[in-house]
Design a protein around this ligand. Structure first.
Ligand code: FE2
Length: 360
């Protein structure tokens, strides 16, 4: 199943107007498109934001008793749609459904008078999350038919985010293999990496993870499940508060992580931190790197190396009231992996946060 890339990510949130302002002012996303009362929608409104090739859609209901409202009531703010850009949304849908996917949206043609047409279709994945296939071969509009350009003078400087590097799903204990099979059989993905509880564990908690990727490598979906530990794992905490499986984190790529993380910190995004001792042994662990260790220490940016190069990464704290969805900022310098060497330090950082929340 050929997939060209991530098309957009849609989050269902309690207050899309205010969430949009947060992603503009903190993350430097730019206003792109809008749909709501003024475009003829009666039941919801959506703000579309853009940075690099990342498109984020924030949607809220305008009345009670809606599917979107029920999603928010159950899960809190969270990712509903991982939209994938395809050549042929009808074929993608038919193929996926024939291979066992559950239909979410039958192939639907949408058009604008001047801008051409888009075909979208969709399938269910873990929990209440869905993939929408987007075919926009003949479309010249800003985002999708039905959206108007979102004109605003509020344009905070972008922080240098370029594209979606990967998106991670948390599923229940025992379900990881099912979703690995799903991505293999239904989507034609291959497993590129696997971590077990020996790789990712502390004294208290553990998780297992397998990374699925599409043919061109642009789509990477690690799938986590909790593993048995002495105390509640971070995955179980997520599943408890999200009330089921869902997207755990969205990793956004930058070409200059020091600049990006400095800007995000200045604007108030909070990150997990690791003990200063992490940096005392950093060069021994990863070898020479281009960046100054002091700068990395000041910003709490983590580094890991694999056979092909190294990567720099950092994880935000959850970005809504429930301890569920968070962001990763990542810069790859050759490395194609996910920072296994940082798991120990990160797990301990997450457990400190869990202890504060009383959910360890
Ligand atoms: Fe990640």
């Amino acid at each position: 199943m050929p997939i060209k890339g991530t098309d957009y990510i849609e989050m269902y949130v309690g207050n899309a107007l205010q969430a949009a302002h947060y992603y503009q002012s903190v993350f430097g996303f730019q206003s792109l498109a809008y749909a709501g009362l003024s475009t003829g929608l009666k039941d919801r409104e959506s703000y579309v934001l853009e940075q690099g090739v990342i498109r984020l859609v924030l949607t809220s209901p305008l009345s009670s008793g809606t599917e979107i409202g029920r999603h928010i009531d159950k899960h809190g703010d969270g990712v509903k749609v991982i939209a994938l850009w395809v050549e042929d949304a009808t074929k993608a849908f038919n193929t996926a459904v024939a291979r066992g996917a559950k239909a979410y949206l039958e192939p639907t043609l949408e058009e604008d008078e001047d801008d051409g047409e888009v075909v979208r279709s969709g399938i269910h994945i873990y929990g209440d999350t869905v993939h929408i296939f987007v075919e926009r071969n003949d479309y010249s509009g800003t985002f999708l038919p039905g959206f108007q350009d979102w004109e605003t003078s509020f344009r905070p400087e972008p922080v240098g985010l370029k594209f979606v590097d990967h998106m991670v799903g948390n599923v229940e204990l025992g379900q990881m293999s099912y979703w690995v099979d799903f991505y293999e059989k239904v989507m034609g993905f291959t497993q590129i990496l696997s971590f077990d509880d020996k790789d990712i564990s502390t004294e208290y908690t553990a998780l297992m993870s397998k990374v699925m990727s599409n043919g061109n490598g642009r789509i990477k979906f690690p799938i986590n499940e909790p593993a048995k530990g002495k105390k509640k794992s971070q995955i179980e905490e997520y599943l408890d508060f999200y009330e089921g499986p869902g997207v755990q984190h969205i990793a956004l790529a930058t070409n200059d992580i020091i600049h990006t993380v400095s800007a995000l910190r200045e604007r108030g995004l909070e990150f997990l931190t690791v003990p200063a001792s992490y940096y005392d042994v950093l060069i021994d662990r990863v070898g020479n790197i281009d960046e100054k260790v002091d700068a990395l220490r000041d910003l709490a940016i983590l580094v890991d190396r694999d056979d092909e190069g190294y990567l720099l990464q950092i994880f935000s704290k959850p970005v809504q009231s429930r301890p569920t969805v968070f962001f990763e900022i990542i810069q790859r310098k050759g490395a194609k992996s996910f920072g296994k060497g940082n798991f120990q330090a990160l797990f301990e950082a997450i457990e400190r946060e869990q202890a504060i929340r009383g959910t360890l």
